[in-house]
Design a protein around this ligand. Structure first.
Ligand SMILES: [Zn+2]
Length: 430
């Protein structure tokens, strides 16, 4: 495990001096920062990823070098990584600067970019893709790893859930001194955490149980108490006694109630905030101070934001997989709903997951199906018994809905396409 910048980059055959290794890393960082700047200036986006890639190409051990000497928290899981990392970063900023991959770039290059952007921050909060957790953890020697939930996601790109959980498990086992903050309500997470010694269990909730009806350890049936809460399998895998429990707008630990007056909607965000509070507390913060800091967060990388789209008030919601959609559909109020689904590389080309989403919950709403896979979505809505209109262009689709505010729920590239449209409209209005 690298202990310093110089040790981290020392892998060339001739073993250059520590000073030369440090200079090489600094040069690689400068090249990455320059690449980011060029990317931004020519309008290719925020430029963070390209900067991280350039630096890693020049100095493959850059992540270890940039993380050395910092207290690093890694946040992983299928859903809620970005939100939880934002809430935790807000809490930790009450103490000092925090490096954070705020845009959700959760591969190693995104982590490098975040650390490069804030070289002096003594603390880093990095959300990490589940299948990259082992590599990132090996590089950064994290103080805390947060494991939120593990459910099906992008079946054509990733693996089935249990093998993702096995990868997470191996990553955790390689860091026995790291504190693990994990969701006690998700059997897949509990199995992945296994015998990790230093674990803080949070009953963070799990509305979606579709991936853990069969026990990940033995294949038997997981039995759940009515109304959620406790679960167990005959093999002995059972819900651990939680150290923290999320309520409706609070979390409880050791009889102490911490209010969570969030500006983000949904019970799953209360669960995310409970996890973030537990994590901040594990790092030495007062939980009330942490919770108060989180209450200032009203949007997360454009999600949950109330904005103007095509002349309408629109609330932007991102959902990428069945568990995420189940939570998102639960959030929808009485407003008409624009759904947008694409199936590009970043979404997963296979859109069969639409059949796992409980769109039946949209009954009695005004719904329009849009996005590049509007037709697939429309067929799914028809089988769900939902009256709807199908209009592939999300902007034109708005005209198919009654006047007034709308909720927009979209998967990854569809969401970002609509966000770009919002930014363009805002730019031309200024
Ligand atoms: Zn079992």
């Amino acid at each position: 495990m690298p202990q310093s910048v110089t040790e981290a980059v020392g892998s060339t055959p001739t073993r250059p001096s520590p000073r030369r290794q440090g200079l090489w890393l600094r040069g690689a960082v400068r090249a990455g920062v320059a690449a980011s700047s060029i990317s931004r200036n020519v309008g290719l986006g925020a430029g963070a990823i390209i900067g991280g890639r350039v630096t890693m190409a020049l100095a493959p051990s850059a992540l270890a070098g940039l993380a050395a000497g910092r207290q690093v928290v890694l946040v992983t899981g299928t859903n809620g990584k970005t939100t939880t990392a934002h809430l935790l970063a807000a809490a930790l900023r009450t103490v000092g600067p925090v490096a954070h991959n705020a845009t959700g770039a959760n591969m190693p290059d995104g982590a490098v970019a975040a650390l490069m952007a804030d070289p002096a921050a003594p603390v880093a909060v990095l959300e990490v893709d589940e299948l990259h957790l082992a590599d990132v953890a090996d590089a950064v020697a994290p103080a805390v790893i947060v494991v939120l939930n593990l459910t099906r996601d992008q079946l054509d790109r990733g693996s089935e859930v249990r093998s993702v959980a096995a990868a997470v498990s191996a990553a955790l086992a390689a860091h026995p001194d790291t504190v693990v903050v994990a969701n006690a309500d998700d059997p897949m997470v509990v199995w992945a955490v296994g015998a990790t010694a230093r674990v803080v269990w949070v009953a963070a909730g799990s509305r979606w149980t579709g991936d853990a009806n069969a026990c990940p350890r033995c294949g038997g049936t997981v039995h759940r108490d009515r109304g959620g809460g406790a679960w167990r399998c005959g093999c002995g895998l059972t819900r651990p006694v939680p150290d923290w429990t999320a309520g409706s707008a609070s979390t409880v630990t050791g009889g102490r109630v911490i209010a969570l007056p969030l500006r983000l909607p949904g019970s799953f965000n209360v669960g995310n905030a409970a996890v973030a509070t537990a994590t901040a507390t594990a790092l030495g913060l007062d939980p009330d101070v942490a919770a108060a800091a989180m209450s200032t967060t009203s949007e997360v990388a454009g999600r949950y934001a109330m904005t103007t789209l095509h002349g309408r008030r629109a609330r932007m919601l991102l959902a990428k997989n069945p568990a995420g959609w189940a939570e998102t559909l639960h959030l929808l109020g009485e407003h008409p709903v624009l759904l947008a689904v694409n199936a590009r590389e970043a979404d997963g080309r296979d859109s069969s997951w639409l059949w796992d989403v409980p769109f039946e919950n949209l009954v009695s709403r005004h719904v329009v199906a849009s996005g590049e896979r509007a037709a697939d979505l429309g067929v799914r809505l028809t089988y769900a018994g939902i009256d709807h209109t199908t209009v592939p262009d999300p902007i034109a689709a708005l005209d198919a809905l009654p006047p007034g505010p709308v909720d927009v729920a979209a998967n990854y590239t569809a969401f970002h396409r609509i966000r770009r449209r919002i930014d363009t409209e805002r730019g031309s209005a200024e």
